[in-house]
Design a protein around this ligand. Structure first.
Ligand SMILES: *[C@@H]1O[C@H](CO)[C@@H](O)[C@H](O)[C@H]1NC(C)=O
Ligand SMILES: *[C@@H]1O[C@H](CO)[C@@H](O)[C@H](O)[C@H]1NC(C)=O
Ligand SMILES: *[C@@H]1O[C@H](CO)[C@@H](O)[C@H](O)[C@H]1NC(C)=O
Ligand SMILES: *[C@@H]1O[C@H](CO)[C@@H](O)[C@H](O)[C@H]1NC(C)=O
Ligand SMILES: *[C@@H]1O[C@H](CO)[C@@H](O)[C@H](O)[C@H]1NC(C)=O
Ligand SMILES: *[C@@H]1O[C@H](CO)[C@@H](O)[C@H](O)[C@H]1NC(C)=O
Ligand SMILES: *[C@@H]1O[C@H](CO)[C@@H](O)[C@H](O)[C@H]1NC(C)=O
Ligand SMILES: *[C@@H]1O[C@H](CO)[C@@H](O)[C@H](O)[C@H]1NC(C)=O
Ligand SMILES: *[C@@H]1O[C@H](CO)[C@@H](O)[C@H](O)[C@H]1NC(C)=O
Ligand SMILES: *[C@@H]1O[C@H](CO)[C@@H](O)[C@H](O)[C@H]1NC(C)=O
Length: 447
């Protein structure tokens, strides 16, 4: 009837369902609410419930209103009856509200097919374990969690939710937000807090921009057709260990309010629709770009010279990206500054030229005791696309021979495209294909 792959709170609820579902909670212990009368008895007798509160199943066909006004704390999980698909079909819609509830151990609504339409818990500010309103809350359109600030994990996924009343977050480690029809993610994303993981995995059809205000986050994933703004209304400094953008993210901007923005790894995958990628960061250690067919240009600002930690650059399958010149096509502004410490370069099927590498080549050729000595790379491979003009392997081969570039496993690290490709192409294709597959494998293992 139900899978046991569920979280501890749900498992506890189920155990209590199997063993004790007929026990009435005169002792304010775990109970199931199967009618408005059950809810009434509980809320009148129990300001504090020491166990779990399970909702359902209900009799009848008209919407059931469950009111838990009077209860301030639930020591266990506030959850739902695990309906089978058949039972779910015959259940009435229901609403759940409590204007007094402030603290719960865990909330889990919509883990199983749920008929909840309105969940109103405006004073709930603390959930010890997790707050999950899950994927199977198909009919939930209204969610009031105005005060919710502190919990370990928040997972929100109510595909038809149009109204979310929520103010801000103060203490959360993990935030996972799936498709919803709400018109702003601000109360979730625009908070100056430190978290471990945050995922905004859309589509959010009514959201145009996602403003990230976190001061630090280890793993931030954004998958939505929106503008992403790094830096919220009150964020001064931001550190992101990994930022992964996909799903037609339209652009990435830095808020003017930020004093500093450091990103360890930025990965663009699966058709983000950014055309001109700017990287105005105080630090970036790794840039990974794959399958970004709309990308035309990348700007590495002057502060990229000082990016520390040994820069990793991986780019594959960006057919419109043109890395031929260090300067803007429109004026003479320099748009690419090579970091002075590079440890990895892997460019596959990219339109480029030798000239693009000039500052890098000059540094690799410099004496070891220079102010900016040659970088020590673990891997170097450039596979120019057939669109490339002026790519000459000689300076790279010289560096390979003098040991200033690594002789990595790939037989072909540098494909000569000084001359317009013609008959040679058919000879080179299988080789580049092998190199592309190998590099994909490396890329995927790095993510
Ligand atoms: C609540 O019920 C459980 C199981 O019946 C029992 O072990 C526990 O002692 C009860 N707690 C209180 C506070 O009565
Ligand atoms: C629901 O209906 C069943 C079957 O008619 C009955 O046994 C049960 O007491 C009803 N429950 C409630 C809460 O009214
Ligand atoms: C949801 O319930 C709350 C509290 O009962 C009420 O104020 C609100 O208007 C309801 N929302 C909808 C859309 O019915
Ligand atoms: C949203 O609600 C409509 C109407 O109730 C329903 O048909 C649809 O399946 C729901 N959408 C999702 C994604 O559950
Ligand atoms: C972000 O979206 C909101 C709501 O649609 C809008 O008011 C605001 O101007 C947008 N901000 C930017 C920078 O586009
Ligand atoms: C960001 O990282 C830098 C160096 O790694 C550190 O000095 C700074 O305090 C961090 N800032 C935040 C807001 O975590
Ligand atoms: C370059 O980065 C690597 C990797 O972090 C580091 O070991 C090395 O010391 C750096 N080199 C310089 C010259 O800063
Ligand atoms: C060559 O450039 C054109 C125009 O930018 C682009 O459409 C095409 O995909 C590119 N071909 C390769 C192999 O990169
Ligand atoms: C790439 O850019 C260079 C100049 O920056 C230009 O001459 C060349 O035509 C461009 N290549 C393609 C395929 O667009
Ligand atoms: C050069 O052109 C770029 C757009 O390609 C623009 O952002 C920049 O401001 C221009 N610089 C100058 C000095 O005009």
């Amino acid at each position: 009837m139900f899978a046991f792959s569920c979280a501890p709170g749900v498992a506890e609820l189920l155990v209590f369902l199997l063993c004790c579902s007929s026990v009435f909670a005169a002792d304010c212990n775990s109970t199931w609410i199967k009618s408005p009368a059950d809810a009434d008895a509980l809320r009148r007798n129990c300001p504090i419930v020491y166990g779990h509160v399970g909702i359902g199943p209900f009799n009848g066909t008209s919407t059931v209103h469950i009111n838990l006004d009077g209860i301030t704390m639930i020591g266990g999980t506030l959850g739902e009856y695990p309906y089978s698909r058949h039972e779910y079909d015959t259940q009435p819609f229901y609403t759940l509200s409590s204007s007094t509830l402030r603290s719960v151990d865990a909330v889990e609504i919509g883990h199983y097919d749920s008929k909840v339409v309105n969940l109103t818990l405006p004073n709930l500010d603390y959930v010890d374990d997790y707050f999950k309103v899950g994927q199977s809350a198909y009919d939930l359109t209204y969610l009031d969690i105005t005060s919710l600030e502190t919990t370990s994990t928040i997972k929100l996924y109510a595909p038809n939710l149009t109204t979310l009343h929520h103010t801000r977050l103060r203490n959360v480690l993990e935030l996972i937000v799936y498709p919803m029809k709400i018109d702003s993610l601000d109360s979730l994303a625009n908070n100056p807090i430190a978290l471990e993981d945050a995922t905004f995995d859309g589509p959010f059809p009514n959201v145009n921009n996602i403003t990230i205000g976190f001061t630090s986050v280890e793993d931030l994933r954004i998958n939505d057709n929106s503008l992403v703004i790094l830096g919220g209304t009150s964020t001064k400094d931001m550190n992101i260990t990994q930022l992964k953008l996909s799903g037609d993210v339209t652009d990435l901007k830095r808020s003017a309010q930020l004093n500093s923005l450091e990103i360890d790894t930025l990965a663009l995958t699966a058709s983000s629709s950014i055309t001109d990628l700017e990287l105005p960061f105080e630090n970036l250690r790794s840039l990974k770009i794959q399958e970004t067919r709309s990308l035309k240009s990348i700007t590495l600002p002057p502060q990229a010279l000082d990016w520390a930690g040994g820069f990793h650059l991986y780019i594959a399958t960006a057919p419109d990206l043109n890395l031929t010149s260090l300067y803007s096509e429109h004026n003479s502004t320099q748009t690419w500054y090579w970091p002075r410490n590079v440890s990895y370069i892997n460019l596959i099927d990219i339109t480029t030229s030798t000239e693009f590498f000039d500052p890098f080549l000059a540094q690799q050729n410099a004496p070891l005791d220079s102010k900016y000595p040659p970088s020590v790379l673990t891997s170097f491979s450039v596979l120019p696309s057939t669109n490339s003009t002026g790519f000459n392997c000689t300076p790279f081969n010289e560096l390979l021979e003098s040991g200033r570039l690594p002789k990595s496993g790939n037989a072909i690290n540098c494909l000569d495209r000084t001359k317009p490709a013609n008959g040679a192409i058919s000879v080179h294709l299988p080789i580049s294909f092998i190199a592309v597959s190998a590099a994909f494998a490396i890329f995927n293992s790095m993510l």
